[in-house]
Design a protein around this ligand. Structure first.
Ligand SMILES: C[S@@+](CC[C@H](N)C(=O)[O-])C[C@H]1O[C@@H](n2cnc3c(N)ncnc32)[C@H](O)[C@@H]1O
Length: 430
């Protein structure tokens, strides 16, 4: 176990995400394993907090730092913002926030900048900068400019609510593996362990934990009694509704959350889980194993099925397309800074290519459920409208009353019924 400074490690990690474009999801597990168990949640809170409030922290930084630091000292700018975050948003005492943050300069090999960090944090306190908020709504939203503009265009009335939800910690949703244990028996085990949860009014297999915790410590983790899966993602199985004996393709399946759910919804199906990422397919295998399910796991490019498809058409297909992931920013705040505005058109093009290629794999009369964890219409309703316009043998199978060709599908916004942002559209092949 390392005894290095938490704040220095946090600043270095912010540097890797914000300056080098690395994913926090990939960096965090390794980083947390280097720190004591009791520090891990706090480390995550600091990182998520800075990524959530970055525009405001940068606004304050610009007021206190005369000119930006040199590129080899950039991690110290992140350290200063980490200090602002603690002072403005956390319960750490002012004294500890300043002392620990200044102390981290040594570990960052910038001892000469201790005075500067100290001055910035003390001026922040003295000038009560925390109360100094800009008029600029984009800065207050916590969103990058490109995303703020897009959401303002598409959701002018819901924008404040959406950005607030994106900056709020996501609740823990579980899916009970009903092929292993009934929901009633599982909740009885949770009651015995004094773990509180909600279960009313949720999707059939879903539970919402009322407090965050290490899921491996819950009853039945090893036995595969449950999996973590957001409520929005838990809608997919019932919307696709696989039937006994059918051949199902889960395209873009890794890490296999929905594959496993399909196999719990209807265990008697022949399911193929395909994805292009061998590392992530390993996670599909692990999840299938822990939960006790079986599926054919295939590595391939969904846009080029001729390289991996055996030529037998499927009764139903779930296409959980690669997307901007703008619906799950509350779980992965680094997404806001890793994605760029220009990525959206490229993703929409890829989704269109995959959708057309995968359509050929569906039997006449078959059902395809298109899904993304995006809230941008370019990847969702507009994508489906364009598809329906040029694919003569496709028709929409509405998911609710207002689901029609002019505005197809079901767009869930982040925070709605405590769920992630998600999109579904169901298509039938004639
Ligand atoms: C949203 S994730 C899927 C989540 C998964 N369905 C679940 O419920 O656990 C999208 C997946 O698409 C995969 N992907 C991206 N481009 C692909 C392509 N051209 N062919 C196949 N898979 C692709 C990624 O590797 C990623 O695992």
């Amino acid at each position: 176990m390392k005894t290095t400074s938490l704040r220095a490690d946090a600043a270095r990690t912010l540097f890797q995400v914000l300056e080098q474009g690395k994913s926090l999801r990939e960096l965090l597990p390794e980083l947390q394993s280097q720190h004591k168990e009791q520090d891990r949640a706090w480390l995550q809170e600091m990182l998520y907090g800075v990524l959530r409030q970055l525009p405001l922290l940068q606004y304050w930084l610009r007021q206190l730092l005369e000119k930006p630091l040199k590129s080899n000292q950039k991690a110290v700018e992140h350290l200063i913002m980490l200090g602002f975050y603690q002072l403005a948003f956390s319960r750490v005492s002012q004294h500890a926030a300043v002392a620990e943050t200044v102390g981290a300069c040594q570990n960052l090999k910038c001892p000469g900048l201790k005075g500067l960090v100290n001055a910035c944090l003390r001026n922040f306190i003295r000038q009560n900068l925390q109360q100094n908020l800009p008029d600029d709504k984009q800065i207050l939203s916590g969103l990058p400019k490109w995303l703020y503009k897009k959401l303002l265009q598409h959701y002018p009335e819901q924008l404040d609510e959406i950005s607030a939800a994106m900056n709020t910690k996501a609740p823990i949703w579980l899916r009970v593996n009903t092929t292993r244990i009934s929901k009633d028996d599982f909740t009885a085990e949770l009651d015995k362990a004094d773990i509180t949860y909600l279960s009313e009014g949720l999707p059939a297999q879903a539970l919402l934990l009322t407090k965050g915790m290490d899921l491996t410590q819950l009853p039945g983790y090893q036995q595969g009694w449950f999996a973590a899966q957001d409520g929005a993602a838990q809608q997919a199985a019932a919307l696709l509704a696989p039937q006994k004996g059918e051949h199902i393709l889960d395209a873009c399946a890794a890490p296999g959350g929905k594959t496993c759910h399909l196999l719990e919804y209807q265990p008697d199906i022949h399911c193929t889980a395909m994805d292009c990422d061998p590392g992530r397919l390993q996670r599909v295998e692990e999840n299938l194993l822990r939960l006790g399910h079986q599926a054919k796991v295939v590595c391939g490019d969904a846009a080029n099925p001729e390289d991996w498809w055996d030529g037998k058409q499927y009764d139903r297909i779930l296409l959980d397309a690669p997307c901007s992931a703008t619906g799950v920013i509350r779980r992965h705040p680094d997404i806001k800074w890793l994605r760029k505005g220009a990525d959206i058109a490229n993703l929409a093009q890829l989704q269109q290519k995959i959708l057309h290629a995968i359509w050929a794999l569906l039997k006449p009369g078959g059902t395809l459920l298109y899904a993304t964890c995006s809230i941008l219409p370019e990847e969702n309703a507009q994508q489906i409208t364009a598809f329906l316009q040029c694919q003569a043998d496709a028709r929409l199978s509405p998911l609710h009353e207002a689901d029609n060709i002019d505005n197809p599908g079901w767009q869930i916004l982040p925070g709605e019924m405590q769920m992630d942002g998600f999109y579904y559209a169901r298509l039938i092949k004639s």
